[in-house]
Ligand binder design. Structure first.
Ligand SMILES: [Zn+2]
Length: 496
């Protein structure tokens, strides 16, 4: 029998706010343990939480980015459990009436657009972090009370690779929306995976198995690559699966059972008595709506459609937003946007990377200088030439004033000096030679100097022509019109 996997993901994302969810403590990474804490986030008796409005805005914004309905009445609930890193012994979350519900996310997978429905995106607070040392353990509460968004998907994901692409696309959307930095290294994105298997085409779900606390997307993929065949194997060999929670061990590469359904937590949810329901006004929602941005996939499709770019170029401009915006400014006036994209991606980006790399190495060599006065980074804003110069350069190649090879030289010069391409061509005498008599002379010289290749060509070795053409180009210092060189050379060589 053939089996299929059914996967749903619960993704926890740290929101990009200045302060924590219920108090004024800083929401920052890397502070010494227990320095960003106060009586509220330490769960002292008698304190009252005050909701962080920016976190509520970011939650509503995420709902809009994920095509969700934003609730006109959202409530907070207590999720009760005892654990050393939970100072209040409960976590405030949105259980019964979350801020946003019923959306979907489209993303590219296997060369097609896949859609995963979003059940809900709700607000909650993070807990502290336990540390275990050789002789004792400690808890850092800096993270306790940091606003978290939990994005719950419907079980629409069918495999490990699809889960991986979903998570990457979700991360891209949240970064684009400036909802979260999604820095995996800093634990800003964590994920619980629900996975079951069933005979292909069956309507009923199999036993749901949850893999908890994944902190990398590749980990999720690896865990699923292990877990799905494991479940299928159990069923095939006549065994039974039951609802349970497992953990992924990245070192051994296996999932291990943590607890079964009988030992599942009962969180005894009840409404949080210290917080009023949140009822956004029309004005408030209008302000949030203004922060909706174009999503990465929409940007990619628009770049492909409007500028006839291949997917790879468009993707580059999705990843590098400033570069894409820079390209677009020029491309809007270009007859051949693809040529502009080539210059921006292959030349401009490479030159900038090279320049920044050089300045970085220079800084390392002179530590004192870096400390006092770091040299400016090469950015699109401080380029020496105007964006129009790229348009001019493309024009010079298109009207055959210069060859593509010469254009590289011109580009390097304009990158270094900021001079216009036409001026560089004029000053350095780089204009293409299309004067046939001049090219004829070069060809005659090359034919006279290379009797071997000439006779090879005449014996039918076509490749010899390219060699001779190269010699003519060299003799002309790259300035001869290559098409004319080809024509003239061939004509001369075929003459008896
Ligand atoms: Zn606090």
């Amino acid at each position: 029998m053939d089996y299929e996997a059914v996967i749903g993901l619960e993704t926890h994302v740290q929101l990009k706010t200045r302060s924590k969810m219920w108090c004024g403590c800083a929401n920052e990474f890397g502070a010494p343990p227990n320095t960003n804490v106060c009586p509220v986030c330490l769960g002292m008796p008698g304190v009252l939480p005050v909701a962080n409005e920016e976190a509520l805005r970011l939650t509503a914004l995420t709902g809009l980015l994920l095509n969700c309905t934003v609730s006109r009445v959202a409530k907070f609930d207590r999720k009760n459990y005892f654990y050393p890193d939970v100072p209040k012994n409960y976590q405030i979350t949105q259980y019964a009436q979350p801020s946003t519900m019923n959306g979907y996310m489209d993303f590219e997978f296997n060369g097609r657009i896949s859609r995963v429905r979003i059940t809900r995106a709700h607000l909650e607070e993070d807990v502290g972090k336990n540390f275990h040392f050789e002789r004792n353990s400690g808890v850092d509460f800096n993270r306790a009370g940091v606003p978290l968004l939990e994005i719950v998907s419907e079980p629409d994901i069918t495999g490990a690779d699809m889960a991986y692409e979903y998570l990457n696309a979700l991360k891209d959307i949240l970064v684009y929306g400036v909802v979260s930095d999604c820095d995996m290294e800093k634990g800003m994105v964590r994920c619980d995976v629900n996975v079951s298997v069933r005979p292909r085409g069956a309507q009923e779900f199999g036993a749901k198995i949850e893999i908890k606390n994944m902190n990398s997307f590749s980990g999720v993929r690896k865990a699923l690559e292990y877990e799905i065949p494991r479940q299928i194997e159990v069923l095939k060999s006549g065994g039974k699966l039951s609802q349970s929670t497992r953990r992924w061990d990245d070192v051994t590469g296996v999932t291990e059972e943590m607890r079964t359904k009988e030992h599942a937590h009962d969180y005894r949810y009840f409404p949080e008595p210290d917080l009023m329901p949140f009822e956004p006004t029309d004005e408030w929602l209008t302000e949030v709506r203004k922060r909706v941005v174009e999503l990465p996939l929409a940007r990619k499709q628009r770049f492909m459609r409007n500028y006839q770019l291949p997917a790879s170029d468009a993707q580059t401009f999705v990843w590098d937003v400033p570069l894409g915006d820079y390209f677009e400014k020029i491309a809007k006036q270009a007859k051949n946007p693809k040529a502009v994209a080539n210059w921006v991606i292959n030349n401009l980006r490479a030159k900038m990377t090279e320049a920044n790399e050089r300045s970085r190495r220079g800084n390392e060599a002179d530590v004192s200088l870096t400390a006092v006065n770091p040299p400016p980074h090469m950015t699109l804003a401080n380029l020496k030439f105007k964006p129009d110069a790229i348009l001019e350069l493309v024009g010079l190649v298109e009207n055959k004033t210069i060859s593509t090879a010469i254009a590289q030289q011109v580009f390097n010069a304009m990158f270094d000096t900021g001079e216009s391409p036409a001026a560089i061509v004029r000053e350095k005498g780089l204009a293409q030679v299309s004067d046939t008599s001049a090219i004829e002379k070069f060809c005659d010289e090359v034919i006279a100097a290379n009797p071997g290749p000439v006779s090879d060509f005449r014996k039918g070795r076509a490749a010899a022509l390219n060699f001779l053409k190269g010699q003519v180009m060299k003799l002309s210092k790259g300035k001869a019109n290559p098409n004319l060189v080809g024509e003239i050379l061939e004509r001369k060589l075929k003459q008896p």
